[in-house]
Ligand binder design. Structure first.
Ligand code: C5P
Length: 213
């Protein structure tokens, strides 16, 4: 089995998680949603009554993160989104989580989705995809997702939160959201899930050479 490292980055709700999970299953590779790491650190900080933008508190929580923290049921939703984005701009947090991500990919290869997988975590990844969609399309998808989970929110508020998080992720000094120079950009605004996955498979077929990993 090939031990490819596949990096799938992009802004919130562009569809990268669904695509990454499907591609991992298709290729028989382990999958890591790296956003969960930042979400779990944010939650740990909140549990302790500390502020997610307190660099020391956030770094301590990141160093103490255990794999079981990723299975918590309260890692989604506006509060977790905001806490994750805040801890994600703390250098000590990113350093601690870098080891976790390297360890995950080191053994059998992996598909990882996030913001900086192709630029920072695995700059030599075998395949880098950068998934984008318009802010309106992403906000609508996130709103549907929240509605299906029984979370009642105002669509305008969801779009505002997504735009704010994009701006924060793109503007931060450390590991900002941006495509790697050698990433293939896929715009899923006008694509349904199957069409987006077909586009990913086509690129993977062109770029992943059997026997290269
Ligand atoms: O992907 P998701 O929306 O779950 O990520 C939550 C937050 O975690 C993002 O807004 C971003 O601030 C941060 N993140 C990051 N680097 C990653 C993955 C997520 O900074 N590789």
């Amino acid at each position: 089995m090939a031990r490819w490292i596949i990096a799938i980055d992009g802004p919130a709700a562009a569809g990268k998680g669904t695509l990454a999970r499907r591609l991992a299953a298709h290729l028989g590779l382990p999958y890591l949603d790296t956003g969960l790491l930042y979400r779990a650190v944010g939650r740990l900080v909140l549990d302790r009554g500390e502020s997610p933008s307190d660099a020391e508190a956030a770094s301590r929580a990141a160093r103490e993160l255990r794999p079981t923290d990723l299975a918590r049921s309260d890692l989604r939703g506006p509060e977790a989104d905001a806490a994750a984005a805040a801890v994600a701009s703390v250098p000590g947090v990113r350093a601690a989580l870098l080891n976790f991500q390297h360890d995950f990919g080191a053994g059998q290869g992996a598909v990882l989705d996030g913001r900086d997988i192709g630029t920072v975590v695995f700059p030599a990844a075998d395949l880098k995809l950068f998934i984008v969609a318009s802010p309106e399309a992403r906000a609508h998808r996130r709103w549907l997702e929240l509605r299906d989970r029984g979370v009642a929110v105002d669509p305008a508020e969801v779009e505002r939160d997504i735009r704010a998080r994009d701006a924060q992720d793109a503007a931060r000094a450390i590991a900002p959201l941006r495509p790697a120079d050698d990433a293939v950009v896929i715009d899923t605004t006008a694509l349904d899930r199957d069409a987006a996955f077909a586009a990913v498979l086509e690129i993977a077929g062109e770029r992943l050479v059997p026997g290269s990993a």
